[in-house]
Write a protein that binds this ligand. Sequence first.
Ligand SMILES: Nc1nc(C(F)(F)F)ncc1COP(=O)(O)OP(=O)(O)O
Ligand SMILES: [Mg+2]
Length: 211
Amino acid sequence: MRQLLKVYFIMGSNNCKKDPLKVITEALDGGITLFQFREKGKDALTGAKKYALAKEIQSICKKYNVPFIVNDDVDLAIALDADGVHIGQEDESAERVREKIGDKILGVSVHNLEEARKAIAQGADYVGVGPIFPTKTKEDAKEVQGTSLILSLRKNGIQIPMVGIGGINTENAREVIKAGADGVSVITAISLAPSPFESAKQLVMTVNECL
Ligand SMILES: Nc1nc(C(F)(F)F)ncc1COP(=O)(O)OP(=O)(O)O
Ligand SMILES: [Mg+2]
């Protein structure tokens, strides 16, 4: 799991200006290690269109042997036989989701030590910690906390695979890893980059230099 979290690209059709299939193919060519389908927010697709896009992206990820994770939508993940699900504190409980998905990958967003301990107790395979830096992508993001939470979770003996999220790019990725995260997750650093391929490649090199 730690290896998979190194460069975790998250995207939905409304996070990119170019064709989403082109963006994900470039990101995969650049070496991303994990992908999350997060079709959410303004202009996000729904229903059959959302399912069709997810299925297309899933088949591209399969070609690169990169696991395909679905954000929030557990039923979609099961319908697609996705590799896993990511849920937040406002979504279905990790316990319930674990029952539904069996041994697929289960990721949980956490914002403090108590949420981290609960996620572990309920069978999470990894936790997402953030927002580390300011982000415009998630309108309802919680307050920015820098790398302090990663540091304090590790100091409190939280060993579970951990990925930082929120405003991360090639410039600030190093400090996220140095704080103790196993990887970085990004949306616009790749999805809105002039070259998603180059951005992904740079991020992979940067993270690998620190690990
Ligand atoms: N989607 C996410 N992925 C990660 C990951 F660990 F995968 F990097 N961490 C955190 C989030 C945020 O999850 P959540 O709090 O439910 O909000 P939203 O559903 O709007 O994304
Ligand atoms: Mg969510």
